[in-house]
Design a protein. Structure first.
Length: 141
């Protein structure tokens, strides 16, 4: 059975797709170069859209990227109006998405804890082997 999507979900996905293409192909500002749109949230009246992005260079370049995106937002909104047939083209609000970096950081922490746990288990197993051999030697003697 196919998934059912609400109209707003379809509009959000189309906005994300069209914006990604416009930013990649049409925006000439070098500050906006290597970003990925991760999500779009839209208000019920379609007046405002939060556009979440991440970039390849990390959080250091975010202020410059935001400045470039804000400068291009009028162009992007106008082009969205030409590509998407909805009554109101939303005002675009860009936000840096920290979830990818945070997910990577958490994954690294989990990996470290797993390695520490494995090392601790090996040390305990090795300690039991030595203690078991000592017990065997005492019982024989």
């Amino acid at each position: 059975m196919p998934k059912e999507y609400s109209r707003s979900q379809r509009v959000v996905e189309q906005i994300r797709r069209e914006l990604a293409e416009l930013i990649r192909l049409e925006v000439k500002d070098p500050r906006v170069g290597f970003i990925t749109l991760t999500d779009v949230e839209i208000t019920p009246d379609y007046a405002h859209a939060k556009v979440f992005f991440t970039n390849m260079t990390g959080e250091a370049d975010v202020p410059e990227i935001l400045q470039g995106l804000r400068r291009a937002s009028g162009f992007l909104r106008r082009e969205l109006g030409r590509r998407i047939r909805i009554h109101t083209i939303p005002e675009l609000h860009f936000h840096y998405d920290r979830s990818v970096e945070e997910g990577s950081r958490l994954s690294q922490l989990i990996d470290e804890v797993v390695k520490e746990d494995e090392a601790r288990q090996q040390d305990e197993a090795h300690g039991e082997d030595v203690a078991g051999k000592d017990d065997d030697a005492r019982s024989r003697g």
